[in-house]
Design a protein around this ligand. Structure first.
Ligand code: OVM
Length: 404
């Protein structure tokens, strides 16, 4: 990654605004243009260097020594401007400070620790699918399934109280908008920042959490001195910030994929053990988290282009996940491919720590649906909702054909 700095080449320049609505709603043309322009593209509008090829996005993600997270993983540089909230001790931290919270949460969210949730969530998914189908074959797949399932499963697993759960999605949406520039999307949420933050922060307190959820386990780690008592509520906050919208739009990506690829739905129905692969392929294909930034710790070169110390690089995860140099027929949603290696969950020391939780939710919902539903048809044009970071949806109108 670091060649002789004195031989640095000038990267191509693009005046694009990746955070403009029309691009957020349909990012693929920009992704292709950036991949083709070169390994590094300078975006003067934001004074950032952008990476859109798989090779270079991957390389930057795993090189935490040169590309730090502690200065924020959005456009804002925390060395020069204050974040809208105290930084995350996971997402917005580097080793060594990052390591203890990471170790604690990794244990709590590891596959063996999730085993007891599998039967609970399978039953919950059956129940939800039964209920939705009993109310009719036509519904909005986004609200009825993609939102409803995580909102029933995840807050209970964390140990949240019953009140105020409707704040979870708006808080997450706001947090993901905050990684972008201070544009109209951020302004639209501004009047709710204080209220939503107060609610979320209150849920992170030990007293607010049940005794048997992820939240209680985080506090128990503080009792063992694996974490400080200052870190514990912030680790709970990470769960509440990163754990809901991401899964909702990942599940929506699955529904959209299967509605538009009926042969792949048929394949899943025949082999429901493909549910996890299907989820990962949907995450590759749609990349619910589209972008993250890093900050150069020193002057560093990428493919010969100089990235000055203390400047931001913008990694297009969604573009890397459809790079034709890495993926065969990249725009195809294809259950026969091996999607592992996609960067939809990131890569390296910050790779999504909740991915096993998300896969378990997807497995529960998709297998319940596969048993009961023969086909998923779109009944209208699905609508996207612009977000500075998330590839998110506003509606996914579907009609399902119940299985005999
Ligand atoms: C966090 C966090 C982690 C991943 C994603 C994210 C809002 C937040 O630790 O708060 O997005």
């Amino acid at each position: 990654m670091t060649e002789a700095l004195e031989h640095a080449v000038m990267p191509p320049v693009s005046d694009t605004d990746p955070f403009a609505h029309e691009i957020l709603l349909d990012p693929e043309p920009l992704h292709q243009a950036l991949r083709e322009a070169g390994p590094v593209v300078y975006l003067p509008r934001y004074d950032v260097h952008a990476l859109a090829r798989y090779e270079h996005v991957h390389a930057a993600l795993v090189d935490w020594q040169h590309f730090e997270s502690g200065a924020g993983v959005g456009l804002a540089n925390f060395r020069h401007e204050k974040s809208w909230r105290p930084p995350s001790v996971l997402l917005e931290a580097d080793p060594p400070r990052h390591d203890a919270p990471r170790r604690v949460l990794r244990e709590i969210l590891a596959p063996p620790a999730l085993r007891r949730l599998r039967t609970t969530w399978a039953a919950l998914a059956e129940q939800l699918v039964d209920q939705v189908l009993s109310e009719g074959a036509e519904f909005d797949g986004l609200t009825a399934l993609s939102e409803a399932f995580p909102l029933r499963a995840f807050p209970d697993a964390v140990g949240l109280g019953p009140d105020g759960r409707e704040n979870l999605l708006p808080y997450g949406t706001m947090a993901f908008n905050s990684f972008g520039p201070r544009n109209d999307l951020v302004a639209a949420d501004a009047h709710r920042v204080a209220e939503l933050s107060v609610w979320v922060n209150a849920q992170c307190a030990r007293e607010a959490l049940s005794e048997d959820g992820f939240g209680a386990q985080i506090w128990a780690a503080a009792d063992r001195c694996d974490l400080t008592y200052e870190q514990a509520p912030l680790v709970v906050r990470s769960l509440l910030t990163a754990g809901v919208d991401t899964t909702v739009h990942g599940l929506a990506a699955c529904l959209y994929a299967f509605a538009t690829h009926p042969e792949e739905w048929q394949r899943l129905r025949e082999r429901p053990e493909l549910a996890r692969t299907a989820f990962d392929e949907a995450v590759r294909w749609q990349s619910p988290v589209q972008t993250f930034f890093r900050t150069a710790t020193t002057d560093v070169t990428i493919a010969g282009s100089l990235i000055p110390a203390d400047t931001k690089i913008l990694m297009f995860l969604g573009a890397a996940n459809r790079d034709p140099d890495r993926w065969h027929d990249p725009h195809r949603f294809d259950l026969s491919r091996d999607p592992s290696g996609h960067v939809g969950f990131g890569m390296g020391i910050h790779q999504c720590i909740g991915q096993h939780v998300a896969r378990l939710e997807a497995e529960a919902l998709l297998t319940a649906l596969a048993r009961r539903v023969k086909r998923i048809h779109l009944t209208g044009t699905p609508r996207r909702h612009p977000n500075n970071t998330l590839r998110s949806w506003a509606s996914l109108p579907v009609r399902v054909q119940p299985a005999a």
